[in-house]
Design a protein around this ligand. Structure first.
Ligand code: HAM
Length: 431
């Protein structure tokens, strides 16, 4: 049997309810904050990610699915979406229509990381990106949005980590200082960090190797070296979060795994997953649009890891997707013929309908109705057809109602509406 590729997964029907809930809740929330959806290809030129995410990041160094395309071009399955959204913003000249664009996109990303619980090689993100606004209030607003998204999804036990990574005016001095500081403890650094220390010392702050953690224990922190403008920006973000009563932790070690960030960086972490505890991350990337050949344009955004949210929701039990409102159980050839007609009419009347045309016994049909989780079962045999009515059984209360054949759709709709209004109420006899 041919198996799934390692690190990839199937999303099965009993999980899809959680996926739909997350995607729908996010889309509604983002719309009320003024975001529009954008859909982009999952394949881009490798150069886009090299230039955006940075040559010396784990993603670009080790994790991209890259292969030759046509001519001399290398192509990559997108490891993240920010670079693609920025590319589209520039290429489609969205900035010329209105420099301020609030865009979101939902879809799969690909990273060749070591698979484990909460870490997949194909995973799904919701990305929200704001272009054209320099105000720190937008940075705070994105965090407020995330906070309310998790509240709406009833996901608690979260902490918001924030940091400022400075800007091209103040970061170089900090980098030099950090690099010098780390050189005094160079022997503690892992092989990757020995290399990173000179060219990209911020990456060392991100390294999870225990000896590197020891090496950075006494290292200087960026917030002590922010220029005035960056310090003011960070203060405003904090003030706005206080005003919205969002609790946050200032995490001096938070540098994020992508090089395009400046100023605000943030991550939302949970205690409900194992080591893969980040459910969302983001920050400001004011230099990226220009670096990719567009106009000088501030930008800020985040990505939510859908798979991890699903894992949290599923800890509470299965989140079923669509279950039928009604299951049609016909007994005998004539009833099967009529049930085809009824199932089409019910489905076309927006009633979720499942019919079994197999000619099985009533016992077997009821067993299947139970298994698919139908709320009502429509039972019809020769006797019922002769009487011009069918039996509708409420699977929860076990009550049965006789329904005239010419009123099936209307009466089933009424029963379903009654059940929605009062789920515990028994079905009542009508007409
Ligand atoms: P990121 O921190 O790399 O940021 O990913 C964001 C979220 O995606 C993570 O917090 C996590 O929930 C989820 N995630 C990442 N890798 C995996 C994986 N291998 N398996 C499952 N979930 C994963 C970015 O991607 C930036 N583009 C975010 C951003 C948008 N910054 C500005 N705008």
């Amino acid at each position: 049997m041919i198996q799934l590729v390692r690190g990839f997964k199937d999303i099965l029907p009993d999980e899809i309810g959680a996926w739909n809930r997350i995607e729908k809740t996010t889309a509604d929330l983002l719309a009320s904050f003024g975001f529009s959806e954008i859909r982009l290809p999952i394949l881009e030129k490798t150069e886009l990610f090299r230039r955006s995410i940075g040559e010396m990041t784990d993603i670009v160094e080790k994790e991209m699915y890259t292969f030759p395309g046509s001519r001399d071009e290398m192509l990559t399955l997108r490891p993240e979406a920010t670079a693609s959204v920025a590319r589209a913003y520039i290429q489609q000249r969205l900035y010329a229509v209105d420099p301020i664009q609030k865009l979101y996109t939902i879809g799969p990303m690909f990273r060749k990381e070591r698979p484990q619980k909460g870490r997949y090689r194909q995973f799904y993100q919701i990305n929200a990106e704001v272009f054209g606004i320099e105000s720190p209030l937008v940075d705070a607003q994105l965090i407020v949005m995330l906070w309310s998204l998790f509240k709406r999804l009833e996901i608690f036990n979260l902490s918001v980590h924030i940091n400022s990574l400075g800007c091209p005016a103040c970061r170089p001095e900090f980098k030099n200082l950090l690099s010098g500081n780390l050189s005094s403890r160079g022997e503690l650094l892992c092989a990757d960090c020995q290399r990173r220390r000179e060219k990209n010392p911020l990456r060392v702050l991100d390294c999870k190797v225990p000896s590197c953690q020891d090496a950075i224990a006494g290292a200087p922190v960026m917030s002590d070296f922010l220029c005035q403008a960056c310090a003011r920006h960070f203060d405003s973000v904090k003030r706005a979060l206080n005003q919205q009563e969002i609790p946050y932790i200032i995490n001096h070690r938070l540098v994020r795994g992508l090089d395009y960030y400046c100023r605000t960086a943030f991550e939302i972490q949970t205690t409900q997953l194992g080591t893969q505890n980040a459910v969302a991350g983001g920050g400001r990337y004011d230099g990226l649009v220009e670096a990719l050949g567009g106009p000088s344009m501030p930008a800020v955004g985040f990505a939510v890891g859908i798979d991890r949210l699903v894992d949290i929701l599923l800890q509470r039990g299965p989140q079923p997707g669509s279950v039928p409102d009604v299951f049609i159980a016909p007994l005998g050839d004539e009833a099967i013929r009529r049930s085809f007609e009824w199932s089409c009419a019910l489905s076309l009347a927006d009633i979720k309908t499942e019919a079994d045309f197999s000619g099985k016994s009533l016992k077997a049909l009821m067993k299947r109705a139970d298994r698919v989780g139908a709320d009502f079962v429509l039972i019809a045999g020769d006797q019922e057809l002769q009487n011009g009515s069918v039996v509708v059984r409420n699977m929860k209360t076990k009550e049965q109602t006789s329904v005239p054949i010419d009123k099936i759709a209307r009466q089933i709709k009424e029963l379903i509406t009654k059940k929605i209004r009062n789920p515990e109420a028994s079905s009542q006899k009508s007409e």
